[in-house]
Design a protein around this ligand. Structure first.
Ligand SMILES: [Fe+2]
Ligand SMILES: [Fe+2]
Length: 211
């Protein structure tokens, strides 16, 4: 799929960037340096995909929105996976359980919004309301991109060995390369269905005028 190819290429570029400064010195960068550059590169890529998707929904350009949605899923599958399997648990001693639960819920929310965006992009055409709905979904995911990028300041407090563990989990997730929605429904240990149900009932109540 074209979107997945682009996302893979971009991910490879981010990996290269992670070796940049040290490679120039002919040595491998310390784990912290590699992690910071790789994670930041990935968040910039997600940001750009989402901003392009916002634009595509605004112009009701379905073909482009569909491609970007696939790119987003291809990129975020391995990314969310290594964060949940390694980054979040290793952050817990530093930021606490409540913050880790918050991060996981943000992922639940993003997964549910990505399902809704997928429904919109599989329509035959979008009306103005649906275009705006797509834009609202994109804007709801965006804050997590900068929140997640900000975690780098907490990762600085981790031991080198823990950062190596995160980088190894990332390599494993990239190797498996499972797109976001397949990972969320088939491999992910945490269920997003509670979030999905809450959202579904809240929307239904609002539609009936109870919200
Ligand atoms: Fe992230
Ligand atoms: Fe995240």
């Amino acid at each position: 799929m074209a979107g997945e190819m682009v996302a893979k290429k971009k991910t490879a570029k981010a990996a290269k960037r992670g070796k940049g400064k040290a490679a120039k010195r002919g040595e491998e960068a310390p784990a912290h340096e590699r992690f910071r550059e790789i994670a930041h590169g990935e968040h910039r890529e997600v940001r750009d995909i989402l901003l392009a998707l916002y634009d595509a929904f605004g112009k009701r350009n379905l073909k482009r929105a569909k491609t970007l949605h696939a790119e987003f899923c291809a990129h975020c599958g391995p990314h969310f996976r290594y964060e949940e399997e390694a980054l979040h648990p290793l952050l817990e001693p530093i930021v606490g359980k409540v913050q880790v639960e918050h991060l996981n819920r943000e992922h639940d929310r993003a997964i549910v919004d990505t399902i809704y965006m997928g429904r919109l992009t599989s329509e035959k055409r979008l009306n103005a309301d649906e275009g705006r709905q797509g834009q609202r979904l994109v804007r709801r995911i965006l804050p997590h991109v900068s929140d997640c990028d900000g975690l780098a300041v907490m990762v600085e407090k981790m031991a080198d060995a823990d950062v190596e563990t995160i980088l190894a989990a990332r390599q494993a997730a990239l190797k498996d390369n499972i797109a976001l929605l397949e990972w969320a429904s088939e491999t992910r240990l945490r269920s997003f269905r509670d979030t999905y149900k809450r959202d579904f009932y809240a929307t239904r109540q609002q539609a009936r005028g109870f919200g």
